[in-house]
Design a protein around this ligand. Structure first.
Ligand code: C5P
Length: 249
């Protein structure tokens, strides 16, 4: 990122990705688990022969509102991730930071000043359809400072104490299961990142803490988080039968 030529090169390339789009999508993928080569990298785990990150970026890139995508990669893997994604879509790849929050901040710093809507997406939600990206962006565009896709909770939820003793049953009608991309007005995301001290796993949580409204919009079954072996089986079946794959660019 410190090499100005790289930055200029990347920004020129991003012009190819929906030049009229008004949205930047940040994908923090710089966790220590994310490593090319041996091991089981989370964002680079294979689904139908391709890394989750590739599937995720391909779908985000198919959303017409998206002007640019910024991926935060481990510092040592920036070039490799850039090469991995080059055939998929024009993407800026920056070195991430020590915590997820630092990686989001590093990716946000690469977003040009005139982009007012920023989405933060999890590469593990690799089959998230372009339509959900559009819906989140549209809700931010319509005036909401922070928007999250969410689904009703289908299981009965119990609160438990020591030794798994049930303390009570939570009213699930007021609960939501939250997905990504989470969408923000850029100034709001930048402000909460500047103010935040503790590490967060959820950017919308930082906005809530700042006392600003966060609204839910309907999520998608296809935006499932692919982390467990069962999720991979389900995702492969979805790819084979529901074919949520966007057309090749
Ligand atoms: O490790 P954890 O599950 O909390 O990571 C959540 C996401 O944040 C992962 O996609 C991971 O790659 C990313 N992350 C990051 N920079 C870090 C730590 C995690 O981009 N320093």
């Amino acid at each position: 990122m410190n090499d100005p030529h790289h930055l200029v090169e990347d920004r020129d390339v991003t012009a190819q990705l929906h030049a009229r789009g008004d949205v930047a999508v940040l994908v923090p993928a710089a966790g220590s688990g994310v490593r090319l080569g041996p091991g089981v990298p989370k964002a680079l785990r294979l689904l139908a022969g391709e890394p989750l990150l590739v599937h995720a970026v391909r779908r985000v890139a198919a959303a017409p509102s998206v002007r640019l995508i910024v991926v935060a990669a481990p510092a040592a893997e920036v070039t490799a991730v850039r090469e991995l994604l080059a055939p998929v879509a024009p993407v800026i790849v920056v070195p991430g930071g020590a915590e997820r929050q630092d990686s989001v901040a590093a990716a946000l710093a690469a977003v040009p000043d005139d982009v007012d809507i920023v989405l933060v997406h999890d590469a593990a939600r690799a089959l998230t359809p372009p339509g959900l990206v559009e819906s989140v962006a549209a809700a931010v565009r319509s005036g909401h400072p922070a928007v999250i896709p969410a689904q009703p909770v289908v299981d009965t939820i119990k609160e438990v104490g020591t030794q798994e003793r049930v303390l009570g049953t939570v009213d699930r009608s007021v609960l939501r299961s939250v997905q990504t991309p989470q969408g923000f007005r850029r100034d709001v995301l930048a402000a909460v990142h500047e103010a935040a001290s503790a590490a967060h796993t959820d950017d919308a949580g930082m906005v809530e803490k700042a006392g600003l409204p966060v609204v839910c919009i309907p999520g998608s079954d296809l935006a499932l988080k692919i982390t467990r072996p069962l999720d991979l089986v389900l995702a492969e079946a979805l790819l084979a039968h529901a074919d949520p794959q966007p057309p090749a660019r």
